[in-house]
Design a protein around this ligand. Structure first.
Ligand SMILES: [Zn+2]
Ligand SMILES: [Zn+2]
Length: 310
């Protein structure tokens, strides 16, 4: 091969590789909390973090979010964007801690919180509730009052709510009974995407927005039949969540590369039974989520086992 030819080939190869790297993107998802309102040491309150383009995006902030972030090795100071699906307490009870702890640990910018109508009222009152602490720390520890501010966005309608530096986040309506509005979110970066259902019953709108996503993180609720028959409160709860049969129907229509259950509301049914039921109705890859489960979404999707499951 002549030198000219060799140069030509190496230049072409370089071009090919750089095109590949420009378009190929990678998302790292960590399930911080996969639980419900029930206090549970192994399943903290609902929260998921996605790392995209070197930045972190937190979805919901249930009980213990900061502890799980710490365990996952994600610096609190780097949490600047939080997206709330709905205002049920299990999805927001970790919010004051996330806001204050990320500030104390030197967050460089304001915390931006997105959520349904009502989130402004909540952040205004969280600030009021912690006014004494803010005053102490600004005065005694010299913490920055500007970064203590919360930038709140109330989402009024569905569509793209965030689009910066190669990361786009879309909010869409889901159906969570009386809790209106309740949102699901889709994060897109390059050719990769992740969808988070939030709390919802079977939702055609979710299917529309989630279609063909790489990773679908979906809630689920299931109860033993005899338990359900005699319990009206339980019947009500189950009605505004998604049953395993319905979840399988959603997965079949969305066709995600991987589906993962989070926010597991199980009554008299164990996780293995839930998985078997789903697998009998859906042939694709499906996993039971657990706290600190990491999922790499790139050309391949890798589900890393947690220390607890090894
Ligand atoms: Zn919930
Ligand atoms: Zn809820």
């Amino acid at each position: 091969m002549t030198i000219k030819k060799r140069l030509y080939w190496s230049a072409s190869l370089y071009l090919l590789l750089s095109i590949h790297f420009v378009h190929a993107s990678y998302l790292e998802v960590t399930l911080l909390g996969t639980g419900t309102p029930r206090p549970d040491i192994s399943r903290f309150g609902p929260s998921t973090v996605i790392e995209a383009k070197g930045r972190y995006f937190v979805f919901d902030s249930g009980r213990g979010t900061t502890i799980r972030l710490q365990q996952a090795g994600i610096p609190l100071a780097q949490i600047e964007q939080v997206f709330i699906t709905h205002l049920h307490s299990d999805h927001v009870s970790g919010l004051p801690d996330l806001w204050l702890s990320s500030w104390i640990w030197q967050r460089q910018n304001k915390l931006h919180i997105y959520g349904p109508v009502g989130i402004q009222n909540m952040t205004d009152h969280i600030k009021l509730a912690f006014q004494a602490d803010l005053d102490y720390r600004i005065e005694n520890s010299g913490l920055n009052p500007l970064t203590a501010e919360i930038n709140t966005t109330e989402i009024k309608s569905e569509g793209v709510i965030y689009n910066k530096e190669g990361v786009q986040i879309t909010a869409f309506f889901v159906d969570h009974g009386l809790v209106k509005p309740a949102f699901g979110y889709r994060l897109d970066s390059g050719d990769r995407s992740v969808v988070i259902s939030g709390d919802t019953s079977y939702s055609e709108n979710l299917i529309k927005f989630a279609k063909g996503t790489d990773l679908l993180i979906h809630e689920v609720a299931a109860a033993d039949e005899t338990l359900l028959q005699n319990n009206r409160r339980l019947q009500k709860i189950i009605r505004y969540h998604t049953s395993p049969d319905q979840a399988a129907m959603v997965f079949n229509k969305v066709q995600p590369r991987v589906a993962i259950y989070s926010h597991l509301l199980l009554f008299g049914i164990n996780e293995q039974q839930l998985l078997e039921k789903t697998k009998s109705l859906y042939q694709g890859a499906v996993y039971i989520g657990e706290d600190l489960l990491k999922i790499g979404v790139g050309k391949n999707i890798t589900v890393y086992p947690t220390a607890a499951s090894q």
